[in-house]
Design a binder for this molecule. Structure first.
Ligand code: TXA
Ligand code: MG
Length: 352
C-alpha cells in the first residue's frame, strides 16, 4: 500500500522526512515534489535500488537517470570534472530547474547511466526535495514519477494514479511551480548544448554565457538525428486519446479549432480540447464543457507550463476519443511547452 504524506511545515515534520530518508537509504523508493515535476527517487549510489525505479515506471533500461543533490559537495562526489561553463551555470541557476551533464566518477552505478561516461546532475530548489535529500545523505536518482510514456505528474494525486501500490511513500508538497521538466544542458563540450528545453530558457543561457556559446541539440530542431539525451527519443507525455496540435496565429486559433472539431464530429468522433482560456471561450456551444481543459490565458506561458500536464491527464477520465491541443509561442518558456506538446501529439500538427 502506498502512503501519501502531506508536507506543509518542514521544520515540524522532521519525522516524516527522516522516514523518507530512511526508506531511500535502505534501498526503497519515495516519490517527492520538485519545482519542475514530481520525482520518483532512489539511492543514486545503489544500483539495485535504482533498478526498482525502472520496474515501477516500466522504463527502458538504456534511458539514464539524473542524480539530485542538496549541495556542492554532493556534486563533487559524482562529477569527475567541473568545467568553467558548468561553474557559471551553477552559480547562476542552482538550485533551480536545470540539469547539467558532466563527466561522471566511477562511484555512479553503471546501471543508471545507460552505458554513458557522463551523469546528469540537478540541485532542486523545492524545499521538501532538499530536506529529503539531506535526510537521505546520498544523491537521489529520480526520473519523473509517471508510468513511462505518460505525462509527468505535477501533483501528488497524479503520482498516486500512476504509482499506487508500486511504492511505499509519496511526499505531497502541493502543485509544482514550473510544471515542465528541467532544462538539460550538456557541459562536456566546448559549448553549452541544450538537450531538453525547460524553465531556464535558451535566452537566459545565452545572456549568461554569450549567444555564440549556446546551441540546441540538432534533434530538437527537427533534424533526423539521434537525440543526445536518450530519453528524448521515446514517445512521451502522451494523453490516453491521440492528440493533434493546432499551431499558428493566436487570432486564427478559434476558427481553426472550430473547423477541425466540426470535421471530426461529422465523422462520429467525440472531440476533447486542451487550449487557452480565450480559445475555449469562443468554442462554447461547439464542444461540451466537460470535454474542455483550460490550460491558462493565451499569453501567460508560466501558467500554461504549470498546467499543461494536468490538462492532458484530465482526459484520462473523459470520454473523448480524439484530442485537439493549442500550440503556443515558441520563444522563451514557449520552447519547452512546444517541445512537450509536439511529443504529446506524436508531431501531428495542423496550421491555424
Ligand atoms: O525536472 C526534472 O529533470 C525531473 C525532476 C524529477 O527532477 N526529472 C526528470 O527526469 O525529468 P527524467 O528521467 O524523466 O528525464 C531525464 C532526461 C531523460 O531524457 C534522460 O535520457 C536524460 O535526462 N539524461 C539522463 N542522463 C543523461 C546523460 N548522462 N546524458 C544525456 N542525457 C541524459
Ligand atoms: Mg520523464
Amino acid at each position: 500500500q502506498t502512503e501519501i504524506v502531506k508536507i506543509e511545515r518542514i521544520k515540524e515534520q522532521k519525522e516524516d522526512l527522516q522516514r523518507a530518508g530512511e526508506i531511500l537509504r535502505q534501498g526503497g523508493l519515495v516519490a517527492f515534489p520538485t519545482e519542475t515535476v514530481y520525482g520518483l527517487g532512489a539511492n543514486g549510489l545503489d544500483g539495485d535500488a535504482c533498478a526498482k525505479i525502472y520496474d515501477a515506471k516500466g522504463r527502458p533500461s538504456d534511458n539514464p537517470l539524473i542524480l539530485h543533490v542538496a549541495n556542492r559537495s554532493m556534486v563533487d562526489q559524482i562529477a569527475a570534472v567541473i568545467p568553467p561553463m558548468a561553474e557559471k551555470l551553477m552559480a547562476a541557476f542552482c538550485p533551480g530547474p536545470i540539469t547539467l551533464i558532466l563527466k561522471r566518477r566511477s562511484i555512479v552505478p553503471d546501471r543508471i547511466t545507460g552505458g554513458l561516461d557522463t551523469v546528469g546532475i540537478r540541485m532542486p530548489e523545492n524545499d521538501v526535495a532538499r530536506a529529503m535529500i539531506k535526510e537521505a545523505g546520498v544523491p537521489v536518482a529520480a526520473p519523473s514519477a509517471n508510468i513511462s510514456g505518460r505525462p509527468s505528474p505535477t501533483t501528488a494525486e497524479s503520482v498516486a494514479r500512476d504509482m499506487d501500490g508500486r511504492i511505499p511513500l509519496i511526499l505531497d508538497g502541493g502543485a509544482c511551480r514550473f510544471g515542465v521538466e528541467s532544462t538539460i544542458v550538456d557541459c562536456t563540450g566546448g559549448k553549452a548544448v541544450i538537450l531538453r528545453p525547460g524553465a531556464v530558457t535558451r535566452e537566459m543561457l545565452a545572456e549568461l554565457l554569450g549567444e555564440e556559446n549556446v546551441t540546441l541539440d540538432p534533434a530538437l530542431v527537427g533534424e533526423k538525428v539521434v537525440p543526445k539525451a536518450p530519453g528524448m527519443k521515446y514517445t512521451h507525455y502522451a494523453p490516453k486519446a491521440p492528440m493533434t496540435l493546432i499551431e499558428g496565429m493566436p487570432t486564427r486559433m478559434a476558427r481553426a479549432f472550430q473547423r477541425e472539431i466540426e470535421r471530426l464530429q461529422a465523422q462520429g468522433h467525440t472531440v476533447g480540447v486542451v487550449a487557452s482560456h480565450e480559445v475555449l471561450q469562443d468554442l462554447k456551444g461547439v464542444v461540451a464543457e466537460d470535454l474542455m481543459a483550460d490550460y491558462g490565458h493565451q499569453q501567460d506561458l508560466p501558467a500554461i507550463a504549470a498546467n499543461i500536464y494536468e490538462a492532458l491527464r484530465s482526459f484520462d477520465d473523459k470520454p473523448a476519443d480524439v484530442l485537439l491541443g493549442e500550440g503556443t509561442a515558441s520563444d522563451g518558456l514557449g520552447l519547452a511547452i512546444m517541445n512537450r506538446l509536439h511529443k504529446a501529439s506524436g508531431f501531428r500538427t495542423i496550421k491555424a
